[in-house]
Each structure stands twice: as C-alpha cells, then as structure tokens.
Design a protein around this ligand. Sequence first.
Ligand code: FE2
Length: 165
Amino acid sequence: MTQETYIFASHLDLAQHIRKESAGLLQARLSDSLDLEAQLKQAHWNVKGRDFFQLHELFDKLHGEIEDLTDTLAERITTIGGIADGRVQTTSAKTTLYEYPLQAKGGAAHLKAVAAALAEFGKHLRADIDKAAAIGDADTADVFTEVSRAVDKQLWFVEAHLVEE
Ligand SMILES: [Fe+2]
C-alpha cells in the first residue's frame, strides 16, 4: 500500500534528497487537504436549521477554495519530481484530520466540526513551513505558508459564527 517516495530526475537545482523530503511533507498535507474537501461537502450537504442557506453556501465556498489549494499542494509535488497520490485509499489511510461526525445536524455542530478540521490542518501546515525551510526548500515552505494563511482565514470565517452576541 505505502510506497517509498519516488522522485523523477530533474534539472531543478534542488538536490534529490531535498526534493524527496519535501515531496513527503507535501504528500501528507495533500491527504489532509483531500479529506478536508470531502468534509466540507459533508457539511454543505447535511447542515440544517435556521441558518441553513448561508451555511450551505459558506461550506461550499470554503470547499472551492480548498480544492484550489489541494491543487497547489499536488502540483508542487509534481514540480519537484514526485508523484502526487490523490487516491481515495491513500487519503483514507493517511489523513491526520478527525473523522467528520456523521450525526452532525444543526449549524453549530457543523461549524464546530469544520473548525476542528481547519485548526488541525493549519497546525500541521505551520509545522511544515519550518520543516521545509530547514531542509532548504524555501519554495515548498512558501506553498505551506500560502495554504496555512488561507486556512487560518477560513477558520476565522467559521469561528465568527460561533461567537455569542
Ligand atoms: Fe451543492
């Protein structure tokens, strides 16, 4: 099932061992990101209650943004010579996000579930910024920075709904 990170030969001026390590970091977040896409659709489809329509729309907007960021992570892997593994089997085996609660019903339950997933994803991304920088791959660190900045903003949007007025 799991395979050694494969790296194609490239004229890119990053050593193969650096590209291999970066591809491993990126692949871990790619699995998370694909899981998060599915989680946001889960929220989009199943949320109920008085705020149904705006949350239904919000979760779909967040899904669209995460879809683009997933592409950014995957294409950084292929840019540095790796194989982006977007198979559902890999995503299921490797995601580090919490399993989405199937019974979530009202807006607050979905907002809390989505907030937990975004916070967990953001935490891992922030750690990866430093890891990529430490191995000498500033561009991959920049990708993680771009994704984590967007995810932090999403968390703000979601958490703002949970503040008592
Ligand atoms: Fe839809």
